[in-house]
Design a protein around this ligand. Structure first.
Ligand SMILES: *Cc1c(COP(=O)(O)O)cnc(C)c1O
Length: 370
């Protein structure tokens, strides 16, 4: 089946009790023993979460199983917490700032060691591999610089050293990149973003290519770490996923138009969008993604003050963090990331929504005007 069909059909089941075409929301925390169903307690499993996990497994193509969580960070944390003290991980030097904090500070205290590299430099990744490297972590396109990592090439390096490859593919969603088919062992998403798509829930997922002991350790983090999503959030997320393929088309089409407009604007000096031939990751993106996504970053002339001014002047692009919803958002990113950020001070991160592209371009035109 094609992905549009999978997004509608997967995890649908039916409600034997009522014949409801759309699933009910199960809020019960506990289930009768000896009942026909095999649920016991909601943290271990429940009908809404199981349907959601079935759907996400199917959407990832080469997926074997999925674990969902209460946030993207809980999903990421489950992969790292399933490792042992003394293990070594490699991660990108521009990784999402929450992941940087998790690995360097929170899990560093528990004995996890790490090396940060430029993941677009394959020789640097290979050189960073150690005998105790058990996980290579990538993020593509990266937040907020939109660096593109060659997933197949990094998978080869990780596997040659008996390490797993986990890829945070939040900015693609399963629609634009079949991360597991490219060779990754885990595809990770903040479902708060495109999968949910309406900025009204937080969630995360890890989808695995194979069910093995390492995966069992992630599943145990879900059940006993306990960072599980509510039945209502699972229901809402599955509702959002039904329209994901069509939403992604709109995001990609609009983002390309906005990127092309910004690239020729005299008040702008750099546009980071993998769909532009000028982008350093364009060739790799064209090889591994089916389209270039709805996220872009733009560096304006005039430094931090100019960036701040533009973010304060846009009217359709609301000034808020997060991304992947139907509405357009803009954010002056470096101050949000705080100390240690590598993000340029003149950079605006833009989540291009599903309004009409003409209106979005007109909004930038007035905000960038002197
Ligand atoms: C938002 C985001 C996360 C964190 O997800 P939450 O749902 O906010 O916990 C991780 N990685 C990337 C690339 C993100 O954009």
């Amino acid at each position: 089946m094609k992905i549009e069909t999978i997004a509608i059909q997967a995890g649908r089941g039916n409600d034997a009790a009522t014949g409801a075409v759309m699933p009910p929301i199960h809020l019960s925390s506990t289930y009768l023993r000896g009942n026909e169903g095999d649920y016991i307690y909601s943290r271990s499993d429940n009908p809404n979460r199981r349907a959601l996990e079935e759907c996400l497994t199917a959407l990832e193509g080469a997926g074997a199983d999925a674990c969902t969580f209460a946030s993207g960070m809980a999903a990421v944390a489950s992969v790292f917490q399933a490792l042992k003290a003394g293990d070594h991980v490699i991660l990108p030097d521009d990784t999402y700032f929450g992941v940087r904090k998790l690995v360097t500070e929170l899990l560093g205290k528990w004995g996890l060691t790490h090396t940060m590299v430029d993941m677009t430099d394959l020789a640097a990744v290979a050189a960073a591999m150690q005998p105790n490297t058990t996980l290579v972590w990538a993020e593509t396109p990266s937040n907020p610089m939109l660096k593109v990592t060659d997933v197949a090439a990094v998978a080869e390096i990780a596997h040659a050293g008996n390490a797993k490859l986990g890829v945070d593919a939040t900015w693609c969603s399963p629609l634009l990149q079949q991360t597991l088919a490219l060779g990754a062992d885990y595809a990770v998403h903040s479902t708060t973003k495109y999968l949910g798509g309406h900025s009204d829930l937080t969630g995360g997922v890890v989808v695995a290519r194979t069910v093995d002991d390492a995966w069992t350790a992630v599943r145990e983090q879900q059940e006993f770490g306990g960072g599980v999503p509510s039945g209502f959030d699972c229901w809402l997320l599955l509702r959002g996923i039904r329209t994901l393929p069509y939403r992604m088309r709109g995001h990609c089409e609009n983002a390309m138009k906005v990127a092309q407009y910004l690239e020729q604007h005299p008040a702008v000096h750099t546009v980071h969008y993998p769909g532009l031939p000028s982008h350093p990751g364009h060739t790799v993106a064209a090889k591994q993604m089916s389209d270039f996504g709805g996220m872009l970053s733009v560096q304006v002339k005039g430094g931090a003050a100019a960036a701040d001014r533009v973010a304060g002047k846009t009217k359709i692009f609301w000034r808020a963090t997060s991304l992947g919803g139907v509405e357009s958002l803009i954010e002056h990113r470096a101050p949000v990331e705080g100390e240690g950020t590598q993000t340029p001070m003149d950079l605006l991160r833009v989540s291009v929504g599903l309004e009409h592209a003409d209106d979005l371009i007109a909004d930038f035109a007035q905000a960038l005007a002197e």
